[in-house]
Design a protein around this ligand. Structure first.
Ligand code: BES
Ligand code: MN
Ligand code: ZN
Length: 503
């Protein structure tokens, strides 16, 4: 898909499909009004008849609107005018792009981006439009022999007011770089675990190498030498060798402390000896989505040449049963020196992350943020709309919260209180790796907290199997609901627009 920006009058710019906004109650956006005047009231008459509700996210495809410079016009519902804010804007753009694609048009001229959104500017409008459009157009069909080439839409032109051209260009550039990172992460998540192995993740990381992005991969023998007993415990049952991948992006001042992003890279989580039930176990190929997020984020940082130092740390392994697999009750020594009684081998994410977090100390981080499909409990607590957030530094949590609000990738903070630590008591080691039935997301974070005493730290524990209706295989004759489930990388972390994010 090609995305460009233009500034022009809706009744004059020729295209295959013009997309204009309409509010509930029949109010027209400026572009819709221009088409309406040119068409001698065609659109307003239609609205008066009550043919279109204009709720946010609803669309109506019109053919042969009189005197329109396009054979197709998509009316994009924007909801009530006084409620036209971030969420409805994103909804309108996503739905409109979907409708334009479904219409059979080869290109679309989208006028939603010139609309006024309170508290936002052209740069934000374009970033969000690029992200919403790319998201809704996403398909994963690399592994199908027959690709769906029926859809012709190849170019989207976003319209903006002339004075906003420059900042809109900047916003589009940022939006597309982030969208590329998001797509990279989604593809890695969707790839099956027989393709996306730890070695595959390492190879993908290596591909990102460039002069200011250094990638290194540690092998199991290196981990042994370092004493990463917790990570190696998880890797024991697997035939695929574990990898510890680090990506060091140096775009900031030489001495500036880096942001370290740690991503869970379990390429398949069978549960290990504490094996999971068969139903939906295929979804555990997504258990490297944190790693995918980190890779996508680093790719975007490099593409945007962000003036920051950012390090990605990815512990990658399968979690498998087997004769050599770690067993419930086994006790291992982590890189930090603390001992862990592994009472449930399915609580493996925290085991690989704790060693990666300790390893992060060597980068003398400003902050460390982990991104992980850590517990099913998080989705139970929060549903699919926000990601959870925990951490040991409230100003950092506040920054992440507001960056999430700006980017539309919202988080909801859960308490990290000392009282919960009791649940991790072990009879035989410094701690257990599970904290019982109550507060599963919080006890997982409590576990990690014990490995983050030397830096400011934030934890995104999911939910990552976000159901994204448009992003899977619909229309490909495939109705597998799970193929439409994709995690959502934390765009907030690399939001260069938000001056609140990670200074
Ligand atoms: N990868 C899972 C968490 C998960 C489950 C993510 C479902 C996405 C969807 C994690 O390793 C796990 O198995 N967690 C256990 C923890 C428990 C054993 C304390 C869980 O959530 O049941
Ligand atoms: Mn598990
Ligand atoms: Zn897992």
């Amino acid at each position: 898909m090609k995305f460009t920006i233009q500034s022009g009058a809706a009744e004059k710019q020729r295209c295959d499909c013009a997309v204009v906004g309409v509010f509930e109650g029949g109010r027209l956006s400026a572009a819709a009004q221009r088409l309406d005047i040119a068409g001698k009231g065609f659109i307003s008459a239609l609205l008066k008849r009550g043919d279109f509700s204009a709720k946010a996210g609803e669309t109506l495809l019109l053919h042969a609107v009189p005197h329109a410079p396009a054979p197709r016009v998509v009316l994009a519902g924007c909801g009530k005018q006084d409620e036209f804010k971030d969420a409805n804007y994103r909804k309108a753009v996503a739905a409109a792009v979907k409708a334009a694609r479904a219409s059979g048009a080869k290109d679309a001229m989208v006028y939603l981006t010139e609309m006024e959104i309170s508290g936002r500017d052209g740069r934000w409008n374009l970033r969000q439009a690029a992200l919403a459009a790319d998201d809704v157009l996403y398909r994963f069909d690399q592994l199908k022999s027959e690709k769906n080439n029926a859809r012709k839409l190849a170019k989207i032109v976003f319209n903006v007011a002339g004075r906003a051209l420059k900042s809109a260009q900047q916003g589009l550039r940022e939006g597309l770089a982030v969208a590329d990172g998001v797509k990279f992460a989604k593809d890695l998540g969707n790839l099956p675990s027989n393709v996306c192995t730890p070695a595959y993740l390492a190879a993908q990381a290596k591909k990102l190498s460039q002069p200011n992005l250094k990638v290194t991969v540690l092998e199991p023998r290196d981990m042994e030498r370092l004493g990463m007993g917790a990570l190696l415990a998880v890797a024991r049952g697997a035939r695929e060798p574990a990898k510890l991948i680090t990506l060091e992006y140096r775009g900031g001042a030489k001495g500036a402390k880096p942001v370290v992003l740690v991503g869970k890279g379990i390429t398949f989580d069978s549960g290990g000896i504490s094996i999971k039930p068969a139903a939906n176990m295929d979804e555990m190929k997504y258990d490297m989505s944190g790693a995918g997020s980190v890779l996508g984020t680093l790719a975007a940082c490099a593409a945007l040449k962000l003036p920051l130092n950012v390090v990605g740390v990815i512990p990658a392994t399968e979690n498998m049963p087997g004769g050599k697999a770690v067993k419930p009750g086994d006790i291992v020594t982590s890189l930090s020196g603390q001992t862990i009684e592994i009472l449930n081998t399915d609580a493996e994410g925290r085991l690989i992350l704790c060693d990666a977090l300790t390893y992060s100390e060597r980068f003398k981080p400003d902050v460390v943020i982990d991104i992980a499909t850590l517990t099913g409990a998080c989705v139970v607590a929060l549903g699919k709309h926000p990601s959870g957030l925990l951490g040991n530094d409230q100003p950092l949590a506040d920054d992440l919260q507001s960056a999430g609000a700006d980017s539309g990738d919202r988080v909801w903070q859960l308490p990290l209180w000392d009282e919960y630590q009791d649940q991790l008591k072990s009879n035989f080691a410094d701690m257990s790796n599970v904290g019982g039935r109550e507060a599963g997301t919080i006890t997982a974070a409590c576990f990690l907290w014990r490995f983050t005493k030397k830096f400011r730290w934030g934890d995104y524990p999911g939910p990552w199997l976000k159901f994204m209706g448009a992003s899977g295989c619909r229309g490909h004759g495939l109705s597998n609901r799970r193929q439409q489930r994709l995690h959502r990388p934390p765009r907030a972390v690399i939001d260069p627009l938000s001056d609140k994010s990670l200074r």
